[in-house]
Design a protein around this ligand. Structure first.
Ligand code: ADP
Ligand code: MG
Length: 698
């Protein structure tokens, strides 16, 4: 049997109890798992400092010396601080414990030589190390210690005595057992082209490097490996789909598209819109099925691009559909599209959860007969009862609420899968898009329609709220409208509503001369629609809402967005909300109201919002602040994010490198069968077997 698949229980020093902990707390079941449990940092322990050399801003250091005396300070009931005065003859420092002092005093002897290791700091003008590691100096050879690995452990493990040090001993034992070189998983060509370490060397080095440079190279190799197989998996999937399905060919531009373009389009397309439409044209002519992700900041005019793509389908005798994540948004799309197509003989219908009975039957019949040419709807569109005569183009708006599985469902609506255009207003940094939506081609609208003034964003503490009202009043006097948003607290819808209700009352009192609408997710769709409509028509001046208005709502006359408790929102959500204003020609404003006390991270979020309107910069910052796992959409997307070592936010260059190499392999061996790459395909199979998330994409 392969030594790496050996049960971890049999590694000397483990046994059944520790095995249980390792498995429950860290997911380590086998020798191989332990080998790939990488240290999170290393500390150079070959150097011994003198006490006199130490300063408060050094990282970890070690010194050799003796404890001169102990001192105990009472810090309240049953709390003691124990201090050991420690010296190597050059100066005196303090070793400090806030708990476990009794044990310390019993264990360590005055006058004996100890090796003390820890992070120095300065307290009352004196160097101290809190909770240091202490070893008997006669039993350690510092010159042989080198770089010491540190492993993450959990509270439960620590309580059971399974510390970073214990894991260190286990990895050392394991590496000594692994006498034959570990199998390589990457081809020699890639290794030499990219100057990568062998797997064997990398895995040994990553635990016990000689120096920082070797460690970096070992980490690079392991990050590359991880990202490479993610990319290979994605590209294999995409290539599979491509071979399995051919795409409908839309080889003509006809009356519908031309009439719309020449007679109905009320403005010039931006260059970015033109470019994207050309890209879609090329895809839909190519004979392969389009799977394209269209990224464009809020307000960049994606709906129009979607509509024009659908018209091309219609000109070629096909039907088209567009799906939105909410009813409000679907209804709004319907109105927008009908307006755009005014006086043209195109039948556009709506299908959402509230279209029922006779009307629903009519729509369903029309779809089956082909008379309904464009269907606008919500998730209702992918229900099994909905059948088209000949669906050629499906648009999914606001991707982050649709998963891979739902996209796949669309495919079964036609005898061949329709072309799919997925639109998102949450811009995704390139490297993340490559991983998250790696099976999609990406188009970007990086230009806003002309004449838009950048939104001015300001931050206001809630104690200064009344002065804010004056500014808002001025805007309304000039005929503008205002959004006021309260956060949605998922776990407690009651509080959420209470927030909104209270806020609404306060605002009604603050603006007695104006009319206010109120919208939240718990309202009946009809009520919600009525309230929204009052705001859209200008009958009410202020719309008080929860985040239901986050996506897609379009009221160009609204020029102020006030976000209460802005500290509760994530960056991309704030950006989405802000995108509801700035849609007309007037100067727009976004006001972020927060409590006075803010965490460091919240501060950063608010600062970035005030600094820039650029969705891509915001998305990048978001990724860095939160990490990819938290990004909206990553959970449903079906892609693995439990990367062990690589970090999509920081390792962008390695993602690109992995993508390029994976692409080269797929280009040379699209059916994934060549023996030349056998080592890669076998490894991929193994990974797909052992990691559930990996399989989710296929
Ligand atoms: P989003 O990309 O956020 O979905 P929309 O498609 O809702 O943006 O477009 C925002 C607004 O800009 C709409 O009112 C739309 O009619 C308008 N618009 C779109 N393209 C252009 C253009 N090329 N010139 C002027 N206005 C445009
Ligand atoms: Mg939109």
């Amino acid at each position: 049997m392969d030594l790496l698949s050996q049960d971890i229980m049999y590694l000397p020093g483990v046994g059944p109890n520790r095995k249980k902990l390792l498995s429950q707390e860290l997911g380590i079941e086998t020798y191989g798992d332990l080998l790939e449990y990488f240290p999170y940092k290393h500390v150079d322990r070959s150097k011994v400092y003198t006490v006199r050399e130490l300063t408060g801003d050094m990282p970890f250091v070690q010194v050799v010396g003796q404890i001169l005396s102990f001192e105990t300070f009472e810090m309240g009931p049953r709390r003691q601080r124990v201090v050991a005065h420690f010296s190597d003859g050059t100066a005196i420092m303090d070793l400090v414990w806030f708990n476990g002092g009794k044990f310390i005093k019993q264990t360590y002897k005055i006058g004996k030589e100890y090796l003390v290791f820890g992070r120095p700091s300065v307290f009352n003008n004196r160097i101290q190390v809190q909770h240091p590691d202490i070893d008997d100096a006669s039993k350690v050879d510092t010159s042989a210690m080198g770089m010491q690995p540190y492993y993450n452990t959990t509270e439960k493990m620590k309580k059971a005595g399974l510390t970073s040090r214990s894991i260190e001993r286990l990895t050392k034992t394991l590496l000594e057992k692994l006498t034959t070189p570990l199998a390589e998983t990457i081809t020699p060509e890639i290794l030499s082209k990219r100057h990568l370490m062998s797997r064997d060397e990398a895995l040994r080095t990553i635990h016990y490097p000689q120096n920082a440079h070797d460690l970096e190279r070992a980490r690079l190799r392991m990050k590359f490996e991880e990202l490479f197989f993610v990319q290979l998996n994605i590209l294999r999937y995409a290539s599979d789909q491509r071979r399995k399905y051919r795409g409908y060919v839309f080889n003509r531009i006809g009356d519908i598209f031309n009439t719309f373009y020449k007679e109905n389009l009320p403005f010039e397309l931006t260059n970015a819109q033109k470019r994207v439409i050309r890209e879609i044209r090329t895809d839909t002519c190519s004979g392969r099925q389009m799977n394209r992700l269209l990224q464009g900041d809020v307000g960049s005019g994606k709906t129009l691009v979607a509509l024009m793509s659908m018209l091309i389908a219609l000109d070629n005798g096909f039907q088209a559909c567009i799906m939105a994540p909410t009813e409000i948004l679907a209804e709004q799309h319907l109105v927008t599209i009908r307006n755009f197509l005014k006086d043209m003989p195109v039948r556009v219908e709506l299908l959402t959860g509230i279209v029922k009975g006779k009307k629903r039957q009519e729509v369903l019949d029309g779809l089956l007969s082909g008379e309904v040419q464009i269907l606008v709807g919500t998730h209702a569109v992918i229900e099994d009862t909905v059948q088209f005569r000949r669906l050629g183009m499906a648009v999914v708006d606001e991707q982050h609420r649709f998963g891979v599985a739902q996209r796949a469902k669309l495919w079964s609506k036609s005898e061949q899968p329709p072309h799919v255009l997925v639109m998102t207003a949450t811009p995704i940094p390139r490297t993340l898009a490559m991983t998250l939506y790696g099976d999609l081609d990406v188009s970007v609208i990086d230009e806003l329609p002309p004449g838009r003034k950048p939104i001015q964003t300001t931050h206001v503490f809630d104690s200064r709220i009344t002065s804010l009202y004056e500014g808002i009043r001025k805007q309304i006097q000039q005929g503008r409208q205002v959004y006021m948003v309260f956060p949605l607290i998922e776990e407690s819808e009651k509080i959420d509503l209470k927030n909104l209700e209270q806020g609404f009352e306060v605002l009604c009192q603050a603006f007695p001369e104006y009319r206010l609408s109120k919208v939240h997710g718990k309202m009946k769709p009809k009520e919600k629609e009525e309230e929204m409509q009052k705001f859209v028509s200008g009958e009410t001046q202020i719309l008080v809402a929860t985040t239901v208005i986050e996506v897609g709502v379009n009221v160009p006359n609204a020029s102020v967005m006030v976000i209460f408790d802005a500290q509760r929102f994530g960056l991309s959500q704030l950006h989405q909300l802000r995108g509801r204003v700035g849609r007309g020609a007037d100067q727009s404003f976004c006001i972020l109201v927060t409590t006075f006390k803010l965490s460091e991270e919240t501060r950063k979020r608010i600062d970035i919002m005030c600094e820039t309107n650029d969705g891509f910069r915001i998305a990048e910052a978001d990724l860095k602040l939160r990490g990819p796992g938290d990004l909206e959409g990553t959970q449903q997307s079906g892609m693995a994010f439990d990367l062990k070592i690589a970090d999509i936010a920081r390792d962008g260059q390695i993602v690109q490198m992995a993508r390029d190499e994976a692409q080269t392999i797929i280009d040379e061996d699209p059916t994934c069968q060549s023996a030349q790459f056998g080592v890669l395909w076998n490894r991929l199979k193994e990974l797909r077997k052992t990691n559930i998330n990996w399989a989710a994409i296929s």
